[in-house]
Ligand binder design. Structure first.
Ligand SMILES: Nc1nc2c(ncn2[C@@H]2O[C@H](COP(=O)(O)OP(=O)(O)OP(=O)(O)O)[C@@H](O)[C@H]2O)c(=O)[nH]1
Length: 302
């Protein structure tokens, strides 16, 4: 995958779009022409006028032009880009008049319509564009955060989320349940991959509904799922595993064919690591598979 980076180097100019170049060129032309116009038609201010005003206005102009360059080099959402670009262009036009105002005596129409009006309108439009940019970034952030923890196909939590969640849990006596759809390869082979995907989605959604809040359920492999059961007794574990098996048997592949699942359950022993609990649950699952599938096995002590 080609990841685009935001570079502010001047060499970037060769790679930005024609529109970006055109806008920057138009601004530079305006600045040059407007400066020549000011010096040609308006009288110079007295030699005594302090240069500090000019220096500070000039620095402001350079900063805003740099921001404009950054915006042209960045990939913003279309609307945000349009607002920020128009706002900054007006702002730069106004700031140019503001800088020249320190050197020449401008008539009122320049002060009013080019300097004050352009700066005020430019600031408002830029602020609105920045607000739009923030909204866009927040949306992207939320989407990425969601994709980071949710499995694309089934929309239940993914493996990464499951491991992180359980590893950070403080409950001492939790159990882990690993659920694997039986003969899933033959569903794919007989009815096609798309059908396999549909079965996976239906399976995930139905089993997920059995988990209460805080009992996280996730897809941890192709047709393998895992669940976290905090504060669970042996009887509760067995009853829960039975209900998962019963639910799995109701998921339709065709009118006459339903899925079944094999399950391994392991309860954490004192000071046992999460990896060890998962390993025991996996071994229990293996036993359930080898004993004919469509059943659950509770893991023995480590
Ligand atoms: N449709 C679909 N198939 C997948 C996906 N991920 C993995 N698989 C398939 O799941 C199948 C898993 O096969 P196996 O590991 O042999 O498991 P099984 O056929 O269920 O056998 P047992 O678990 O022993 O009952 C493979 O054919 C994978 O290609 C997926 O996202 N969608």
């Amino acid at each position: 995958m080609n990841v685009e980076t935001v570079s502010l180097k001047l060499t970037r100019f060769t790679r930005i779009t024609r529109l970006n170049k055109l806008l920057m060129f138009a601004l530079l032309v305006f600045i040059v022409v407007f400066t020549i116009y000011n010096f040609t038609y308006f009288p110079l201010v007295g030699a005594k006028k302090s240069m500090s005003g000019f220096a500070s206005e000039f620095i402001n102009l350079i900063v805003i032009m740099t921001v404009f360059w950054v915006v042209q080099c960045s990939k913003l959402a279309k609307k945000a880009y349009q607002y920020v670009t128009i706002g900054l262009m007006l702002w730069i036009v106004g700031m140019t008049a503001d800088v020249l105002d320190e050197l020449v005596v401008q008539p009122q129409w320049v002060t009013l319509y080019i300097k004050d009006l352009c700066i005020s309108v430019g600031v408002v439009i830029t602020a609105y564009g920045l607000f739009k940019t923030m909204l866009f970034m927040q949306k992207m952030h939320n989407r990425l955060a969601q994709e980071f923890i949710v499995d694309d196909l089934t929309q239940v939590y993914n493996r990464r989320c499951f491991y992180e969640y359980v590893e950070n849990e403080t409950d001492e006596s939790y159990a882990v349940i690993i659920i694997d759809i039986d003969h899933f390869k033959s569903i794919n082979d007989t009815f096609g991959h798309d059908k396999g995907d549909k079965v996976l989605k239906a399976f995930a959604s139905k089993i997920d509904a059995l988990f209460e809040d805080g009992n996280i359920f996730a897809r941890i492999g192709g047709e393998e799922f895992a669940g976290y059961l905090p504060n669970c007794t042996l009887e509760q574990m067995q009853a829960f595993a039975e209900s998962v098996l019963a639910s799995a048997r109701t998921i339709e592949v065709t009118d006459e064919l339903y899925t079944s699942a094999s399950i391994g359950v392991a309860k954490r022993f004192k000071n046992e690591s999460f990896d060890s609990v998962m390993k025991r649950a996996d071994q229990a699952l293996y036993k359930a598979k080898n004993s004919g599938r469509n059943q659950f096995v509770i893991a023995t002590k480590p």
